[in-house]
Design a protein around this ligand. Structure first.
Ligand code: ATP
Length: 318
């Protein structure tokens, strides 16, 4: 006898049916919802429910949605101290990874100064389903920031469990089909960083430093923290390395040069590259236009960094 549920094969999402059965008027469907965000899973379920209910002989519909576990690579971006350009690097690394074809999410976990809404130029607020946050979309990536959860300019004086709880909510949000999650950590090596690393187990860490000794000493502390927690350090990025005067074109090194590369060799971690101190990077970032989006030399610098980060992830086997 023909299977009455074969009618379902004409649905646009028929390829997701893993099994179907009709017994005593009860239609039971197993449907693969891999890669779908919560809202899309609901749409899929409703589509099958509606179609199956209309089939002669079906009195009740039971649908089980399954999803194969998707591995999401988590890259933590840290620094030993504030103001070295960690958030700028995290935002543009995420944009460059998205430009290279990856599906990317960005978590702004910087409790002390969540700046990603400014860097990405949007003050959109995330929605939530059953207390699970839905990331906001900007410049080809999804992102969530602690800055979206408090009113603008409100200093976050969160400490300990409160900060950790809020950060967990961001990491455990509905990231849908994102393959890579870039996490912009707070600067330093305190308890918030420690518990976030413990909870989210990054696949690798990128450390941002400026070239001068003081910044590098702090960067070394951040590297020690990741190593102690068994998180592979993918490498150091030297930011604000070298300045080309936009008027006369002469190069200078206000913070020194080559310090991070030498330190990386000494500590035994890869050197991922350097970004110049550039008025173009600062002004585009302040205006909410990530410089990695363009096609100038700044964008190229971020594209190269993203490629080296991917290579480093492969080297550490993640
Ligand atoms: N390569 C660069 N050239 C010019 N300006 C830069 C560069 N990198 C960052 N900046 C600027 O430096 C300032 C600090 O950058 P950013 O907020 O990314 O630092 P941070 O390390 O994340 O600081 P914190 O963790 O304290 O928030 C910003 O105004 C940013 O635009």
């Amino acid at each position: 006898m023909a299977d009455p549920l074969a009618e379902l094969d004409t649905l646009p999402d028929a390829g997701r049916i893993r099994s179907r059965r009709l017994n005593d008027g009860v239609a039971t469907l197993i449907v693969d919802a891999t890669g779908l965000a919560d809202a899309d899973r609901k749409v899929l379920e409703a589509e099958f429910h509606h179609a199956a209910s209309g089939i002669a002989g079906v009195e009740e519909v039971r649908i089980a949605l399954t999803a194969s576990q998707q591995h999401r690579t988590l890259i933590a971006v840290g620094s030993g101290k504030g103001g070295v350009g960690k958030s700028t690097v995290a935002a543009n690394l995420a944009v460059a990874l998205a430009k290279s074809g990856k599906k990317v999410g960005l978590v702004d976990a910087d409790v002390y100064g969540p700046s990603q809404p400014t860097l990405l130029g949007t003050d959109a607020k995330p929605t939530a389903d059953n207390d699970r946050l839905n990331p906001v979309e900007a410049h080809g990536l999804k992102f969530l920031s602690l800055g979206q959860l408090v009113s603008p300019g409100h200093a976050l004086a969160w400490r300990g469990p409160m900060a950790t709880g809020a950060l967990a909510k961001l990491v455990e949000a509905d990231w849908g089909d994102a393959e890579v999650l870039v996490v912009d950590l707070p600067p330093g090596t305190g308890d918030v960083q420690l518990s976030l690393i413990q909870k989210s187990r990054p696949d690798g860490a990128v450390i941002v430093s400026t070239p001068q000794d003081l910044s590098l000493i702090d960067a070394t502390r951040a590297i020690d923290l990741f190593r102690k927690m068994d998180v592979p350090v993918l490498g150091i990025i030297e930011n604000m390395a070298g300045y080309i005067c936009p008027h006369c074109g002469e190069g200078s090194d206000p913070f020194g040069s080559g310090g991070a590369e030498a330190a990386a060799a000494q500590i035994g971690v890869p050197f991922l590259g350097r970004l110049p101190l550039s008025a173009a990077i600062r002004s585009a970032s302040d205006a909410g236009n990530p410089p990695a989006l363009g096609d100038g030399p700044e964008a190229k610098a971020f594209t190269d960094l993203a490629a080296r980060v991917i290579d480093a992830l492969e080297t550490v086997g993640r």
